[in-house]
Design a protein around this ligand. Sequence first.
Ligand code: SF4
Ligand code: SF4
Ligand code: SF4
Ligand code: FES
Length: 794
Amino acid sequence: MADVTFTVDGKKLTAPAGTLLIEACRKAGIEIPAFCYYPGLSLQAACRMCVVRQEKVPKLQTACTVQVGEGQSFITESPEITQARKATIELLLGNHPLDCPVCDAGGECELQDMTFKYGAGESLYVEAKQHREEQKWSPAVYFDRPRCILCYRCVRMCGEGMDVWALGIQNRGASAIIAPNGGDHLDCEQCGMCIDACPVGALTSGTYRYKTRPWEMNHVATVCTHCGDGCKTTLGIRQVNDGAEIVRADNRDKSGINGDFLCAKGRFGFDFVESADRLTKPLIRNAAGKLEPATWEQAIRLVASKFKEVRDRNSDKASSSSIGVIGSNTTTNEENYLLQKFARTALNTNNIDHERTTDYAGFAHALAGTTGRTASLRDTQTAKAVLLIGGNPTEEHPLLAWNLRTNFRLNQSRLYITTDSPIKLERQAIKSLQLPVGLESNGYEAFTEFLNGSDSAIEATSEAKSFREAIEAEESLIVIFGEEYRGQAIESLVKWGLKKAGVKFAYLGDYANSRGAADMGLLPNLLPGYVPVASPAAFTEEYIGLPTAPGKNAVEIFDAAGNGELGALYVVGSNPVATFGVNPAALKSTFVVVQDIFLTETAALADVVLPSASLYEKTGTVTNSYGDVQLAKKAADKAGVKPDFEIIVRIAGGMGIDVKKLVPFGKTNGVSADMGQSRGAQSGEADRHAVWLTANHLEPRLSPFDPLAVLDEIERLIPAYKLDRLNLFGGNDVASEPGFVPVSSIASARDLILPSHDGLFTSGILGAHTVALQELNQYQHQFEHPVVTETAAD
Ligand code: SF4
Ligand code: SF4
Ligand code: SF4
Ligand code: FES
């Protein structure tokens, strides 16, 4: 749309014709009060709070519905407008309980703020207030009806935003009330988006209510620890005796990759951090075979000496040492990078792997030599067309589902879906094609062949053919797929897409850093950036003594243990014994070290257990499924635990490794700095340095325990991770451009891909330790019903 020029409060403004006045003003820094208006949702014009005076128009107008045009002139503040807004507040407060001192929204309530600004010392309305008891609509959502100002944000958020339509309106006019469509309860996705959209304290959170006041919390922006979408989340933190506790999660400032969206897991599933099951002391198995508490010094000393002993026992052999290492999908990039570097250079082994939920190595191989062919999660907000193959994003990738719905609603994007069972997102699909049930991955491979022109690959019905034709006709397309594709199947799909310039890909992994685990080289045959260990290129100089024969994968590591050939096993943040169904007897003659936040099935078999910090308790970067890198910041604190990064460094130190070789703290490349070098040498230099670094959103490097100290090395050795640091440290997502190198032999061992198929209320090890998600899961089971695929009534 062409730009138009108009005047607001005497200031000339420019905006595309048709922009809502309220939006044009907000962009220009002129705030117009509003209750019912919510960006991205349909217009309601119910509250009249946003009234303004438009030149030549006889009555006050609502800024949330007026579209700007050439030459118009508006006044947004005047005695007349103030009086009108004051009257609106008086009306809203007519039945409002005025219980601000105990209301959860007190201190962050839009009605309270507006009353302070415009209100209303006295009211013309003197009728007795109608009291109603608070209602519990679900374990996550409570409703206090008298506080409701009938702005309908919740109804629109649930219907339009979530496509759930769990909320509606009963009665008419002055008797209208918000109510669940399920009668007295919410049968919904429990996302809590309605709570966050509510401008007052009418909807409150089951996990946060009556716990604290907003001004008593620190607010720390970090990254959700659950699924592979990587929502930015702001954690509300309160100091407690043994550290700092998380009391709330939201993204109300609408910053980051997810805007204001969070799903049930991100919003309510943080209480695992305070679980009574948390490990808070190192444990060592005693002579009687029982795990008993020990000091960190004792535990590290024992681990370091055993690792050294096992490594040295095998040093004369040509192959890697007989130590196996299994890393995690939820530890940071820096920790994953350090772990594999420690394994390869300190333990002298390439026997390193992780619980792979998708085949990112296969994806890297398929895309080798290309640029600009991977889609960021942001691309799914605006893409003209998307082909979704397999999976169910509503359950497994809720932010992706939100983006696809919003893009359909606001931009009429074209969504094509191919699945082997119906999914809810089909409501937004322009075309969907159901593959025969039970074919699973083979069916998807056949679908690729069908896309490539083979009519015999699947039943080539006219519906299937028109699906293919419509996709072929798209000039730009994002192809999103998941664990149904592995190894060769990914290659075929990517090959098909690469024939067209406008096709990009996204490959969905399960956990917060599944992608980062693979990118950082937690693989037996591939170094960081998917560089084969057999031809390590730039790594030769940096990784002194790197073994160049591919190591054992996770399954082979346990086979070796079963054969009595594995001297030691080091497991960081994962539970391979449960995941791979390992017989505990297989580990009888192996020295097992597990560092984790809970006593998992694997930890219960260990000789030494080291309590580690969760993702919410440390700083570092994580990479979502789409290659978007974000900074996770330390929010909470737990006495007794240590970040995985520090534990690895301490073990290396205990083994006599030159820690500076492992963590290059002190090296600079122009964007980092070592305060240790300047401190003392020139008085005041360190302080000036710190001021400069803070002003530039950079982190000072003080010690080998600073995880960002290896970020320089990651950037240097992995071309995909040349990150825009000012953006990253400013709290934004930064896309990594893969630039993958060809992988000569891709281990296509399909049995190694073990997707979790987590739903909205489950999340690997963490899900079992969050009471909030468990409660929601049980509550939802009462309402199990088949997926409804007909078009919603919007
Ligand atoms: S929690 Fe989410 S799905 Fe449930 S009513 Fe609120 S907005 Fe709708
Ligand atoms: S519950 Fe909150 S969001 Fe819903 S209509 Fe009432 S005030 Fe608005
Ligand atoms: S969509 Fe994923 S990353 Fe976002 S809040 Fe939910 S679980 Fe967390
Ligand atoms: S915000 Fe405009 S009428 Fe409510």
